[in-house]
Design a binder for this molecule. Structure first.
Ligand code: F6P
Length: 368
C-alpha cells in the first residue's frame, strides 16, 4: 500500500449520473491536496477518460469559480469498456504513465464498483457518494440530493399554481431510480395528496377515492408525486383520475366533481441547477475527507455521512448492505462476514427502514 509520504499525485473523476455539488467536491479535493503539496489530475469523462488518457491538471486556479456550477466540469460517463479487464488494464496503464498514486471516484454504486476494481488491482481508491438519488444505503446522504429535491419542489409549486387556478390534479414523476427518497420528501414538502414509492404498496382505488372525498369537501387542486421506478403509472393514473371523476360528475350531475388531471415528467431537469448550500458544504467536507483517507494510506473506502458526521466505510461492506436493503443479495455474498457483523447490518437496515416508514406515515397523516 502506498503511504502518505509517497503520495505525489492523485486523480479525481466523476462518473455515472451527474449531480449538483460534484464540482464542489472536485474543488475541495484539488485544494486540499494542493495545499499538502500533492498534484491533482482531473480525469475527463469518468473511467472513459482514464482508459483514453484524457486528463487536465487541477491546480487551485483550475478549480476556481466552480463551486457554484452544476453538472460536472470533469464530465461524466457510464463506461462499459471499464467493466472489461482489457479496458481496466488500459486505465491502470494510464495511471502509471502519469504516476498517479491514488484515485478519488465521485458517483454512485456503479462508480464504486469501478473503485473496487482499481483497489483490488493495487490502485488506492476512495469513493465519494455523488447522486441525486440518495440511494447509497451506507450513507445518510449523497451529494446532489438536496438540490434535486429543491428543483422538484420549485417545479411542483409552479404546477400547483396552475392546478389551483383550474381546479385540476397534476401527477408528477420524479427521478430516483429504485429509491423513493426524492419522491417521499418532495411529496411532504409540496403538500401532495399522494405519493407512489417503491418502498410501500400503492392503492390506486384508495387514492382516487381520497381525491373525490377531498373534492367534495371543497379542495380545488391536487398533486401526486410518483417515483420513476413506476415508468407508466403516473401517466395512467392521471388518465384514470380524469375518467373516474368525469363519470362520477356526470352520474351525479355535478361538474365540480370532475378532477381533470395532467401528467408531468420532470426527468433530467432535476439533475441541473446550481447546488444548494447543503450540497456545496457536504461535497466540500466529503472531498476533504477523501483526500485525507488516501493520504492516510487507506483504500477501497467510501466517504459517508452518518447522523450529520462525515465517516467512512468499506466499499464491499456498503455494497452488501445496499443489496440487503434492496433484497437483492446473491448466494455467497455475505460469507465473509461474521454473524455479529451481519446482525449489525440488519440493525442498520432496520433503522433506515423505520425512518422511511415514519416519514411515509407522517406524509399520509398530513395528506388530507
Ligand atoms: O442516478 C441518477 C439518475 O438521474 C437516476 O435518478 C435516473 O434513473 C438515471 O440517473 C438516469 O440516467 P441517464 O442520465 O443515463 O438517463
Amino acid at each position: 500500500m502506498i503511504m502518505a509520504q509517497n503520495f505525489r499525485k492523485i486523480g479525481v473523476l466523476t462518473s455515472g449520473g451527474d449531480a449538483p455539488g460534484m464540482n464542489a467536491a472536485v474543488r475541495a479535493i484539488a485544494r486540499t491536496a494542493n495545499a499538502r503539496g500533492i498534484q491533482v489530475m482531473g480525469i475527463i469523462g469518468g473511467y472513459r477518460g482514464m482508459i483514453h488518457d484524457e486528463m487536465i491538471e487541477l491546480d487551485n486556479r483550475a478549480v476556481s469559480g466552480k463551486i457554484q456550477l452544476s453538472g460536472t466540469f470533469l464530465y461524466s460517463d457510464r463506461c462499459l469498456e471499464f467493466k472489461e479487464e482489457e479496458g481496466m488494464q488500459k486505465a491502470i496503464a494510464t495511471l502509471k504513465k502519469h504516476e498517479i498514486d491514488g484515485v478519488i471516484a465521485i458517483g454512485g454504486d456503479g462508480t464504486f464498483r469501478g473503485a473496487t476494481d482499481l483497489s483490488v488491482r493495487g490502485v488506492p481508491t476512495i469513493g465519494v457518494p455523488g447522486s441525486i438519488d440518495n440511494d447509497i444505503t451506507a450513507s445518510d446522504y449523497t451529494i446532489g440530493f438536496d438540490t434535486a429535491m429543491t428543483t422538484v419542489i420549485e417545479n411542483v409549486d409552479r404546477l400547483r399554481d396552475t392546478c389551483e387556478s383550474h381546479a385540476r390534479c397534476n401527477v408528477v414523476e420524479v427521478m430516483g431510480r429504485g429509491a423513493g427518497d426524492i419522491t417521499i420528501n418532495t411529496a411532504i414538502a409540496s403538500g401532495a395528496v399522494a405519493c407512489v414509492i417503491p418502498e410501500a404498496p400503492f392503492d390506486e382505488e384508495a387514492c382516487i377515492n381520497k381525491i373525490i372525498r377531498l373534492r367534495r369537501e371543497g379542495k380545488r387542486s391536487f398533486l401526486i408525486i410518483v417515483s420513476e421506478a413506476f415508468p407508466t403509472l403516473g401517466e395512467e393514473l392521471a388518465k384514470k383520475i380524469t375518467a373516474v371523476t368525469k363519470e362520477l360528475s356526470e352520474k351525479e350531475g355535478n361538474d365540480r366533481l370532475w378532477v381533470e388531471s395532467k401528467f408531468c415528467r420532470l426527468a433530467h431537469t432535476v439533475r441541473g441547477g446550481s447546488p444548494t448550500l447543503r450540497d456545496r458544504l457536504t461535497a466540500t467536507k466529503m472531498g476533504v475527507r477523501a483526500v485525507e483517507e488516501l493520504l492516510a494510506g487507506n483504500t477501497n473506502l467510501i466517504v459517508v455521512e452518518r447522523q450529520g458526521e462525515i465517516a467512512t466505510c468499506d466499499i464491499g461492506w456498503s455494497q452488501v448492505l445496499d443489496r440487503m436493503y434492496k433484497g437483492t443479495l446473491k448466494p455467497g455474498m455475505t460469507d465473509k462476514y461474521t454473524a455479529e457483523e451481519l446482525a449489525d447490518m440488519e440493525k442498520f437496515i432496520a433503522a433506515k427502514k423505520a425512518e422511511f416508514e415514519a416519514a411515509y406515515a407522517m406524509f399520509n397523516e398530513l395528506a388530507n
